[in-house]
Design a protein around this ligand. Structure first.
Ligand code: HPA
Length: 268
């Protein structure tokens, strides 16, 4: 266990967590930490080495607690590249998890459907990604130990995903599978971009996750990613996209999403 990160002392309760897993909770999915027991909470501003918020007020919370029989760190909120953070800022939480000894990471996000067979409210188990953000945290100056030219990136722990899918079927929850396309944002895509991503093999599109996957995998963690489809991507339907639509679809999937994460932790 490390009690220092980036040369700063960590609060004692954080340094000694001994967490089994961490979960990054995307837009509208932060409610999951409400179900943690014996929880201890830290505002991002209390965590040495975390970037300063680029928006006024509350930037996010790190919550440690018991969930699904495991000690879990839940990240309520994340750092997006489009907020003006550097790529190192975006993956700072994952580097912290690694230093705390976390070996398993579940990443969640909200995304727009490119694949026409998806519907808002579907939960997709990500099996691969397209890095259309064209940035990698592994090329940064602080990523020396994460860089290994010989390492083949297998983004997802497929054995863990398959076990989770099989168990979820017992609860009548069928996960979709798909390839996630990362864009920098902050605007939603144009219809022509979505057509192009469709041709490239993307099933959904979103503004997060891919940098976190790269860092986590290169630091030896097993990673699962669950994406909540909140809307059809631009041009797939004629409806205008809005952030409210994203939050309300994420809310609709709430119970199933909690169950998916719970089962994934049980099957870890
Ligand atoms: N595009 C990009 N990011 C998103 C979308 C989308 O359609 N929906 C939710 N996050």
């Amino acid at each position: 266990m490390q009690d220092r990160i980036y040369g700063h002392d960590l609060p004692e309760a954080l340094a000694s967590t001994g967490a089994d897993a961490a979960i990054i909770l995307g837009s509208g999915l932060g409610y999951l930490t409400d179900d943690f027991e014996n929880s201890v909470k830290f505002d991002f501003s209390e965590i040495p080495g975390f970037p300063e918020s680029t928006v006024e007020g509350h930037s996010g919370q790190l919550v440690i607690g018991d969930f699904a029989g495991k000690c879990v760190i839940g990240l309520r909120g994340r750092f997006h590249y489009y907020e003006g953070h550097t790529i190192d800022d975006v993956v700072a939480p994952v580097r912290l998890f690694a230093q705390l000894g976390v070996r398993k990471l579940i990443i969640t996000n909200a995304s727009g459907a490119i694949n026409c067979s998806y519907s808002p409210g579907d939960i997709v188990g990500v099996v691969d990604y397209i890095n259309f953000g064209l940035k990698s945290p592994l090329s940064s100056s602080v990523a020396e130990e994460e860089r290994s030219p010989a390492r083949v990136i297998t983004p997802i722990d497929m054995t863990w995903l398959e076990r989770t899918e099989a168990k979820l079927r017992e609860f009548d929850i069928e996960l979709r599978r798909g390839t996630y396309t990362w864009v920098l944002g902050p605007t939603y895509e144009t219809p022509a971009e979505i057509k192009a991503f469709q041709k490239l093999g993307g099933d959904m599109v979103g503004m997060s996750t891919v940098p976190e996957i790269s860092t986590a995998v290169s630091l030896g963690m097993g990673v699962l990613v669950f994406s909540c489809i909140t809307n059809f991507a631009s041009g797939i339907t004629s409806e205008k996209l809005s952030h409210n639509e994203v939050v309300s679809a994420a809310n609709k999937a709430r119970q199933r999403f909690s169950q998916v994460v719970r089962v994934a932790l049980e099957e870890m």
